[in-house]
Write a protein that binds this ligand. Structure first.
Ligand code: OAD
Ligand code: ZN
Length: 248
């Protein structure tokens, strides 16, 4: 493997040559903000069973348990602040003609940092959706145990507005993201394991349309095989160095 500085320099060169840059992010980009990732040493799926929590059958079986888990995570996310990786991407957007983030994260930290073109393909933890009429609404409460939000329109129980295992992606959202990827010269993939396959699929698609893929992750992942350049560092440090090289 080439040294880390070489990979950073190469990434800077590629971004300089691109007017259109896309970024795909996963839980790893928020790790330095104190939001736990799903996989890895301290990952949530080590302690919790996704089957019990993040799928429609689990919610039908025990909505209070599922909401309890999301309320616990709301409490963590409420305390979290954007880190240098989120902030570096804001600076990139300000300096490029064309820029987009597609994130799997539901924590809202990209928008909180100031990024504008953000597509949350797994939903948002601060939104809820009616189980009867499907109305989506903002819901910033961290509920007490046993309490759950209800639809402002029809009063039915609401669920987290989050894509669960076994559910399908919003096709309109996804085709917008793919359209952008097809036009992107460079795609940064930051902090995702690729165990949920969509980011790998999106990176493969962008690569097939001619994009350079830059993988930022302290570990190898399913993205590594697709990547043109791999930067084995935490997101905060890697993105800060890239932005410094580009604009400072
Ligand atoms: P994962 O938890 O699967 O992977 C996190 C990745 O981030 C790992 O590859 C880590 O090596 C890397 N990582 C850890 N710390 C990092 C840091 N400081 N900087 C950069 N990378 C770091 O997270 P995702 O791939 O996002 O779905 O998981 C995909 C989906 O699985 C999630 O959106 C979630 C989960 O089930 C839903 O909740 C719908
Ligand atoms: Zn309703």
């Amino acid at each position: 493997m080439r040294c880390f500085m070489e990979a950073i320099d190469e990434a800077i060169g590629r971004i300089k040559d691109s007017q259109s840059v896309a970024v795909i992010t996963g839980a790893g980009i928020s790790q330095e903000s104190g939001v736990p990732t799903f996989r890895g040493e301290e990952g949530l799926w080590k302690t919790y069973r996704a089957e019990d929590l993040a799928n429609p059958a689990a919610f039908q079986r025990d909505p209070q348990l599922v909401w309890g888990w999301y309320n616990w995570r709301r409490g963590i996310v409420a305390e979290a602040r954007p880190n240098p990786a989120h902030l570096g991407l804001v600076e990139m957007e300000e300096n490029l003609d064309s820029f987009m983030i597609a994130t799997q994260n539901v924590d809202g930290l990209h928008r909180l940092a100031g990024s504008k073109e953000v597509h949350e393909i797994h939903g948002n933890i601060w939104k809820a959706r009616c189980t009867a009429c499907e109305t989506v609404f903002d819901d910033r409460e961290v509920y007490e145990d046993g309490q759950m939000p209800h639809c402002p329109k029809c009063g039915a129980l609401a669920r987290p507005h989050i894509l669960w295992f076994g559910e399908t992606y919003d096709q309109e959202l996804l085709s917008g993201v793919m359209g952008f990827l097809a036009r992107s010269r460079t795609v940064l993939v930051i902090g995702t394991s690729g165990m949920v396959y969509m980011p790998v699929h999106l990176a493969e698609y962008a690569k097939s349309r001619g994009a350079t893929i830059i993988d930022i992750n302290p570990e190898d992942s399913a993205v590594t095989d697709v990547a043109t350049i791999s930067i084995r560092k935490k997101a905060g440090e890697a993105v800060s160095m890239i932005v410094k090289g580009l604009y400072h």
